[in-house]
Design a protein around this ligand. Structure first.
Ligand code: NAP
Length: 303
């Protein structure tokens, strides 16, 4: 059997189309568009390219977007003041501070200064608490886990009563997705197990999974024989395992990316599986756009 491919790149287009329509409707009816401000400190090339991708997507959707770039020597107080400026700006509904920040700045202090009602990344302790409570309390689910859950739902995979096993317990992927899958409601109601480096028998747990979500950052960690026949496998891992010449420009080298699951063998056993790249990756920015739109909708009393 060859598994159904769950392609994040296709689901992204579907969701961005839905968002674009809603933005137009809200603009027509309420005269407002979602506003997203991203604060970038320094010139780290990876951060620059990630921020510009976010801004490009926001621009295409008709959002107001501000990329506020500051020099490496900005003081912590200046950065806190800048965050406060966007907290007070009524045309801004989402604020992002791109990490990493320079060593002299306490990133926790800066991230916690973002108004929780504009924290579209969903990492502020208030939003982590809201996610834990679940239901109507949730405002901004963190973007990668929200993307994972949305992919599972849109692939038509039944989550209610399913055995879901999450490999990894990070604050940005493992813990929040485990929490989301166990909640009552759409895409939830699973029986969730979380495994990590101290788990005694990973294979035993993975083999029981109807839904296996792997976010460890270890290429090929999950062996094909650990996968239950027909399971839904979501591979969050993005690992650089080498370099190859670019298809567009053969003189340029691009990274070879692999997931945490042995994809070629796993796709013959699983019922549905995400590829790497092109699986979970494209979903993160998509869900960031959705959170920013929702922030405006909360403000307008539309949610
Ligand atoms: P992280 O903070 O390094 O956490 C990795 C987790 O996996 C930890 O809980 C760790 O367990 C567990 N783990 C590592 N090696 C393991 C092993 N051999 N056996 C069992 N558990 C193991 O990583 P992360 O930020 O969650 O990211 C995980 C992967 O997802 C990375 O490849 C990252 O690049 C990718 N990612 C992709 C996206 C996206 O596509 N949009 C977004 C975020 C992350 P301990 O807690 O016991 O150490």
């Amino acid at each position: 059997m060859t598994a159904q491919l769950i392609k994040g790149s296709e689901i992204r287009e579907e969701i961005l189309g839905e968002i674009g329509k809603e933005v137009e409707q809200i603009k027509e009816k309420h005269g407002q568009v979602p506003g997203l401000a991203t604060i970038l400190v320094g010139e780290d090339p990876a951060s620059q390219s990630y921020v510009s991708l976010k801004m490009k997507t926001a621009h295409q959707l008709g959002y107001k977007e501000i990329q506020d770039t500051r020099s490496e020597d900005i003081s912590e107080q200046e950065l806190l003041d800048l965050v406060e400026q966007y907290n007070k700006d009524d045309s801004i509904h989402g604020i992002l501070v791109q990490l990493p920040l320079p060593d002299h700045i306490n990133d926790k202090r800066v991230l916690n200064a973002i108004d929780p009602d504009k924290d579209v990344d969903g990492f502020h302790p208030v939003n982590v608490g809201r996610l834990m409570i679940g239901g109507d309390e949730v405002k901004f689910p963190p973007c990668t886990p929200a993307g994972i859950q949305e992919m599972i739902i849109r692939a038509g995979v039944e989550t209610s009563g399913a055995e879901t096993v999450v490999v990894g317990r990070s604050n940005i992927v493992g813990k929040p997705i485990a929490n989301m899958m166990v909640q009552k409601g759409r895409g939830g109601n699973s029986t969730v197990t979380v495994v990590h480096t101290r788990t005694k028998d990973m294979e035993f747990h993975c083999k029981r999974a109807d839904i296996l979500i792997v976010a460890a950052g270890v290429p090929g960690l999950v062996k094909p024989e650990w996968i239950k026949e027909g399971a839904c496998v979501i591979d969050v891992g993005v690992n650089r395992v080498g370099e190859k010449p670019s298809k567009k420009d053969p003189n340029k080298m691009v990274p070879i990316l692999r997931g945490d699951v042995d994809f070629d063998a796993a796709k013959e056993i699983a019922g549905a599986i995400t590829p790497v790249p092109g699986g979970v990756g494209p979903m993160t920015i998509t869900m960031l756009m959705r959170n920013t739109l929702n922030s405006l909708k909360y403000k307008l009393g539309l949610m």
